[in-house]
Every structure is written in structure tokens, then in C-alpha cells.
Design a protein around this ligand. Structure first.
Ligand SMILES: [Zn+2]
Length: 506
């Protein structure tokens, strides 16, 4: 959670690049106002009245929002330089040189990659730790570059964006309709809307073009499908860790923002066979592992970390406990928790909007226009707080939402929202109460003891086994499953002598 992240000013477009964009955009716009032949996809594409300079302007406008919504840029010049170099080499292979291509590593353990129109390509720290070779990284970057060059962002219809926004709200497990909208408001939907909304056809096109670009740059195109396999395996283990039903992914996951299957990637590979003919291409696995050795793994303490049932934020200096059996997960905008029974929780922070007391905030800001029951004032960790509940309709029937607001300072409130199917209200009443009341300030010494975990690349020794090597991962009983995903090991596959393996250092 990093709500107080200040976005960095964006000023990387130079005059020459801007002019190049303007000139080519004007030329393209001259051929037709609405439909033009795309030089990458080779098909007529409807891009509205959006020109290439519009693409660049749109990307530039949204770039700071993306940084703010996804934990900022990962501050590691060595890895950033490496990704940027590979990205630019791939961009050279595209049909559009007018875009001021730039590549950003986002500082989040979420596994995703996406692009904004105009040449802005993003890849998360979490995705980098999952990939195992330069070719796999190149496959991801090429796919994103293809969304830029095929101008999929400009093709997107407004209606589709609206539909996606609905889906994002639905991803919380609750339908937006029928629920008190003020209570369900979450901060980052605008930035997320900018990165979602590709159709399956656009995904296939991005794979076909992406395979073209990576092959031209000398990479083995098999890496596109192999890494998609890793991404799927990761999504499965992540769903288990989060207590989500099998086959579901949360809204931040790459499988949600880029709906693809291995079969479709193979189809794209066949379609691009001309490009790859006679060339195996390189994987560059060792070079890649050398670069990611030492990268941060999991939550960045700057944004708060999940340690078992506890969420600790060493910068904002607080911690709280989730109810028993909940799986907590940190994301840039909030901390989410789930219980296999369907109960959920969301923790975040929001501006007070002028409310002086917690009761005032709950009644007139957070839950304005909502019928709150049993509103009561209380003190949590010496702070002014207020709670109340409301009924709503979730995907699977009636739900009860308990809201708890705790004053942080004159500007902000901490907020807990606990949700349970109505028939489980009694069961969760006390655990929810205890979780909310566990919110407490932490000392400077406790805060200083919260350290980031690191990914290390080691060479397997004869006496190594998976249980021992996976011990330091932060996923409890799913550590071994996670370790296998991280190291491309099938469920029954043993480690080979001298195999290079990713482990996590505490
Ligand atoms: Zn895609």
C-alpha cells in the first residue's frame, strides 16, 4: 500500500522525438480520418480520430498515474538499464520508429506487464523474478510493444472500457450493482482502466507481432509460449495462496489483463513461422539469472509487508492482524484479505474530506447516501474511530459489510471493510471486531526490523532438496509449489545437480 507515493515529473520526450511523432501522425491522419492501414498489423484499423501524436500525449498523461498506482519505478539502475537495453533493441525491430519508447520496471510483487499508447511499456518486479531467461523477458516486452504498434489502445471502444470498469469492481467478489457505491469505492480504477480492455483477437495479434520482433532480435520464439506456461502456473499457485477458487485470478494479474492461452500463442507462432524459419535463436538464461540475482522479492517494506496474519507498514508505522484463516495480500492501493469461506476484508487509507470526527467521516463521507446500522463511536489504539454495518448484495447473495474508520490525522482516515455472506454474520462478528482492534502503532525499532527479502541465484549442491531450498519463501504451506513455479520445475520434477536455482534470502 503506497497511497502517499508522489509521482515523479515526466519529462523525457525531447523535441526531436516529439516532432517525429507529429510529422508521422499528420501523415497518417492525412490518408484517412478514421480508418488507416496499420504498418505493423497490415490491416485496416479503426482508431477513431486518434493520431500518433495523440497516442504519445495519452501515454505521457497516464504515465505518472501508472507510476503512482503501481508502487513507482523499481529503484535499481543495473536491472532497469538491462531491461531498457533489451526493450530498445526490440523496439528497433518494429514498424513504428516514431514512438519515444521507454521501459519502466514497476516496484510491485504483482506479476504483470502492460503498455500505454505512445510507446510506454511497463513490466513489474514480480514478473522479472518469475522469468528465467532473457528470451522470456524479450517475449513479454515484444508482446507489449505489439500492443503499441498495432495501436490497440486507440482501437478500444469506450463501451468496452466501461464494461471493464464493471469487471474491476466485480473482481472484489461483489457485484457493483446493489452495493452502496460510496463504500465500495476503490482508488485505482482509472489507472487500471488504462491498461485493460484488449480483446482476444488483439492478444493473438500482439503475440504474432511480438514473435516477429523477438525473432528479428535473435531470440528463441519458443520462449513466448514457455513463459506463458510459467505465468499460468504462477496464477494457479497464487489463487491457492489467496484462497481464491481454482482458475480465478485477481484483477492485477497478467492473465486478467492479457487473456491468452498457450494454444493461442502456438497458433501465433505458426502464423509467424516465416520470421523464425531456420533460426533457433538464443535463450540467454545465464545472462538473465546473473542480472536478477539480488533483486528485491515480495513486498517492498516502503509499501508495507504481509508477514503471516500480520500486515506491517514500517513507514506509516502501524500494524494489524487479519482474522484467523484469512490470507492477506498487499497491493498499491489497498490490502485485501480473503477467507476460503467467502468472507473478505479490505484495508486502505482515504482523505478525510473535511470530516472532523470519525463518526462524521463514516456518516457523511465514506458511507454518505448509505443506510448504516448500529453506528458507534470507539477508541482504537488511542485514536478516534467509528463503526457501523450495512447490507448489500454480492455475487452469491446477501452480504453484510462492516465499516471501521480510524483517524490517522486531520487529513486522513484508515479504513477497514469486512464483508461476509449474511448467513455467516454471527461466526465472523468477534473475529472482525478483534482484527479491527488489533490496529496499533509500532515503534521505530520494530519498523527498522522489517527488511525486504531478496532473490538469490544459487547452484544446486548434491545434498540440496526442494523442501530445504523453499523454506525461506513467504508463502507458508505453499512454499514448495511456489519454488517449483519460480524455477520451472514440474510438480514431480527433481532438481538436477549443478542446476541454477532461484531462492529467497530472508
Ligand atoms: Zn496483451
Amino acid at each position: 500500500m503506497c497511497l502517499e507515493q508522489t509521482s515523479r515529473p515526466f519529462d523525457r520526450l525531447n523535441r526531436r522525438q516529439l516532432l517525429a511523432g507529429l510529422v508521422s501522425g499528420a501523415a497518417l491522419a492525412g490518408t484517412s480520418a478514421c480508418v488507416g492501414t496499420n504498418a505493423a498489423s497490415g490491416r485496416d484499423s479503426f482508431t477513431g480520430f486518434q493520431t500518433i501524436q495523440d497516442d504519445i500525449a495519452e501515454g505521457r498523461k497516464n504515465h505518472p498515474k501508472i507510476l503512482q498506482s503501481f508502487g513507482g519505478a523499481y529503484d535499481d539502475a543495473r536491472v532497469a538499464g538491462y531491461v531498457g537495453k533489451i526493450g530498445l533493441a526490440l523496439a528497433k525491430q518494429t514498424e513504428y520508429q516514431q514512438y519515444p519508447y521507454q521501459f519502466t520496471i514497476l516496484n510491485t510483487q504483482i506479476v504483470n506487464a502492460f503498455a500505454l499508447p505512445g510507446g510506454y511499456v511497463y513490466i513489474t518486479r514480480g514478473l522479472l523474478t518469475l522469468a528465467s531467461s532473457e528470451a522470456e523477458l524479450a517475449g513479454v516486452l515484444s508482446h507489449e510493444l505489439a500492443h503499441v504498434t498495432a495501436r490497440h489502445g486507440a482501437e478500444r471502444h469506450t463501451a468496452q472500457q466501461v464494461a471493464q470498469l464493471g469487471l474491476l469492481l466485480g473482481a472484489l467478489g461483489l457485484r457493483a450493482a446493489g452495493l452502496p457505491s460510496d463504500l465500495m469505492q476503490v482508488g485505482q480504477t482509472v489507472a487500471l482502466a488504462a491498461i485493460t480492455g484488449y480483446s482476444r483477437e488483439q492478444e493473438l495479434e500482439a503475440d504474432t507481432l511480438g514473435i516477429r520482433y523477438m525473432s528479428r532480435a535473435g531470440y528463441n520464439a519458443d520462449a513466448m509460449a514457455s513463459f506463458l506456461g510459467s505465468l499460468r502456473a504462477h496464477s494457479q499457485v497464487e489463487a491457492q495462496v489467496l484462497g481464491l477458487p481454482p482458475g480465478t485470478v485477481d484483477e492485477f494479474n497478467i492473465m486478467s489483463t492479457h487473456p491468452r492461452t498457450v494454444e493461442r500463442v502456438r497458433q501465433a507462432q505458426r502464423a509467424a513461422a516465416r520470421e523464425t524459419e531456420g533460426r533457433a535463436g538464443r535463450w540467454a538464461a545465464d545472462a538473465y539469472l546473473n542480472k536478477i540475482d539480488g533483486m528485491m522479492f515480495g513486498d517492498d517494506p516502503e509499501q508495507g509487508v504481509v508477514r503471516g496474519q500480520t500486515f506491517i507498514h514500517p513507514v506509516l508505522r502501524f500494524e494489524f492482524e487479519a482474522p484467523p484463516g484469512f490470507h492477506l495480500r498487499n497491493s498499491p492501493s489497498r490490502v485485501q484479505g480473503r477467507h476460503p469461506s467467502g468472507a473478505e476484508m479490505i484495508f486502505d487509507m482515504a482523505p478525510s474530506n473535511g470530516a472532523v470526527t470519525a463518526i462524521d467521516y463514516l456518516r457523511h463521507v465514506w458511507a454518505a447516501k448509505t443506510r448504516l446500522h448500529n453506528v458507534e463511536s470507539l477508541v482504537v489504539d488511542g485514536r478516534d474511530a467509528a463503526t457501523g454495518w450495512v447490507e448489500g448484495r454480492g455475487q452469491n447473495g446477501a452480504v453484510r459489510l462492516r465499516a471501521l474508520a480510524i483517524r490517522r490525522d486531520s487529513e486522513k482516515f484508515y479504513r477497514f471493510m469486512y464483508m461476509t455472506p449474511t448467513d455467516q454474520t454471527q461466526r465472523w462478528a468477534e473475529p472482525f471486531r478483534q482484527s479491527g482492534r488489533s490496529f496499533r502503532h509500532i515503534s521505530a525499532a520494530t519498523a527498522a526490523g522489517v527488511l525486504a527479502k531478496r532473490l538469490l541465484v544459487v547452484t544446486a549442491r548434491p545434498d540440496d532438496n526442494i523442501a530445504g531450498l523453499a523454506r525461506t519463501l513467504p508463502y507458508g504451506r505453499f512454499n514448495e509449489d511456489w519454488f517449483r513455479v519460480l524455477n520451472d520445475l514440474a510438480p514431480d520434477q527433481a532438481i538436477k545437480p549443478k542446476q541454477r536455482l532461484k531462492v529467497v534470502a530472508e
